[in-house]
Write a protein that binds this ligand. Structure first.
Ligand code: SAM
Length: 210
């Protein structure tokens, strides 16, 4: 049987140019005109989606070849950087040091040490949209490495006490751009922004573009 390489998988993902339906569904929650980070952007399909909606966008990937055209696009910033080189990309000297975003999007990429940094990088009211493969996916397709598969509830745990979860899913997704077992989260950094007596954060539309 022919061996499938990481480059083959990346090439398959790069052929998809439509935004993930999960990202498209929640992109309307990101404050209008706010800057969006597309982490491990690949071909930048989500950066492009937000640019088309009037958001400045920063696309980061260790291989920026498929982002070349964005370097000339008004409002777009392309950063070629290895997010797993041992330094904190959001920390001093990192490629995203001190940067703040109204939205952070991560799709089909997992490197757990980045969780805290990407939550810190959200402005008050900012929105995290995260979607990637989860345990059980190994029964169907790559990725099969547990380092690249979320465990049940892991994204909920990552944001607990820091972000308000607006939507969460975990399970088999057949009608996805890349079918498999996925975990999906949309959460807002607004736990400190309550104007209610009971301290609960504001409610958001769960289908903001409807
Ligand atoms: C499966 S693709 C997903 C691309 C994009 N998020 C999307 O949904 O279309 C994963 C991306 O993660 C990038 N990536 C993997 N390891 C990385 C690292 N250490 N630093 C930066 N980017 C990395 C790859 O280059 C690839 O473009």
């Amino acid at each position: 049987m022919q061996k499938i390489t990481t480059d083959d998988v990346r090439a398959k993902h790069l052929r998809i140019t439509e935004p993930s339906p999960w990202v498209a569904r929640f992109s309307g929650l990101v404050p209008a005109g706010g800057r969006v980070l597309d982490l491990a952007a690949g071909g930048g399909r989500h950066a492009r989606h937000f640019l088309a909606k009037g958001h400045p966008a920063v696309a980061v990937d260790r291989d920026a070849a498929a982002l070349r055209d964005l370097r000339e696009t008004p409002g777009a910033t392309v950063i070629e950087a290895d997010l797993e080189d041992g330094r904190d990309p959001f920390g001093p000297g990192g490629p995203l040091a001190g940067e703040r975003f109204a939205g952070v999007v991560v799709v089909n990429y997992l490197f757990r040490p980045l969780f805290d940094g990407l939550i810190d990088a959200l402005e008050p009211g900012g929105v995290l949209i995260y979607e990637t493969f989860a345990r059980g996916n190994e029964d169907f397709a790559r990725p099969r490495n547990p380092d690249h598969l979320l465990r049940s509830g892991e994204l909920l745990d990552a944001v607990a006490g820091r972000l308000q979860v607006v939507a969460y899913e975990h399970g088999r997704v057949e009608a996805a751009d890349i079918p498999g077992v996925k975990q999906r989260l949309c959460a807002v950094k607004d736990l400190e922004l309550s104007v209610r007596d009971d301290g609960d954060p504001p409610a958001h539309p769960v289908r903001p573009d409807d």
